[in-house]
Design a protein around this ligand. Sequence first.
Ligand SMILES: [Zn+2]
Length: 82
Amino acid sequence: MCEFEYTEEIISFRRTVRIHKKVIGKPMELCLCPRCASQFYNSPHYYIKRADYNQTTKEPCTYCNIRSGYDFLIFDLAQDAS
Ligand SMILES: [Zn+2]
């Protein structure tokens, strides 16, 4: 089990918000279409990134099996105890 941290900067309305979250465990690798990937992007429980930015061939989405997309790494984020 690997554990590491990432820091992400969101710049909006001239304010910089720093998000610092702890990633738990190993990432899942999934092939996701843009629609399904956005579900993870919008979730506060996951951190998602492209597995390979050089990937150009799309594969069937493992989530919906309808559309096609690229490989992504999905990380579980530790939730605040509060
Ligand atoms: Zn999909």
